[in-house]
Design a protein around this ligand. Sequence first.
Ligand code: GRF
Length: 224
Amino acid sequence: MSISRTTPLRVAVLASGRGSNLQAIVDAIEGGQVQARIVAVISNKKDAVALERARKHGLTDIFVDSKPFAGRPDSREAYDLMLLERLQQHEVDLVLLAGYMKIVTGVLVNAYANRMMNIHPSLLPSFPGLDVQKKAIDWGCKLAGCTVHFVTEGVDEGPIIIQAAVPILDDDIPETLAARILVQEHKIYPRAVQLFAEGRLRVDGRRVLIEGAKPEGEAIISSA
Ligand code: GRF
């Protein structure tokens, strides 16, 4: 991985829903905190708010329909092959999954090994999958949080780049906890992208080492 780049990192964001993480990254780029360029926002949902946000910021928005592949035994791989073509057309260096509600296959994972990130609203490896805020409350956890990790074929299993923690309060319901976690998601995802853009992430087995990290660490531990 290069330490410094002469051209801005070319990023694609894959999102299926409201796209608040996309927005946080767009804002961080526009605000100069992240040196990158979003060259495509891609969705499997035609009416995803994320695509609207992209259009509002003059970004290329792409809807890739999964229906033509329905029923095929290799429907997921065929879909990802189509996505891969789009990513290659746009010369994408880094792929960001941000509320992308499809499981990515080896087709994409291998093509973008250590160059594809995901954000997940739990402190992995606790609570991979769905409804994780409810699961953390029900389990009786006192801390919850979010994780940015590189994407591997195992769902929510890839090497962890950065995490942020928040408390779970006695009167929390999944929605209140999700909102508290989301504030941190919007901080750590742009941070992870900037660390990548600076060429400071080194994957060593399961560990992601951050070159030049402050002695006290780069992770954010938050109480609000
Ligand atoms: C976030 O909570 C993210 O952690 C999870 O899906 C949600 C997406 O939210 N993977 P948004 O679409 O970015 O607002």
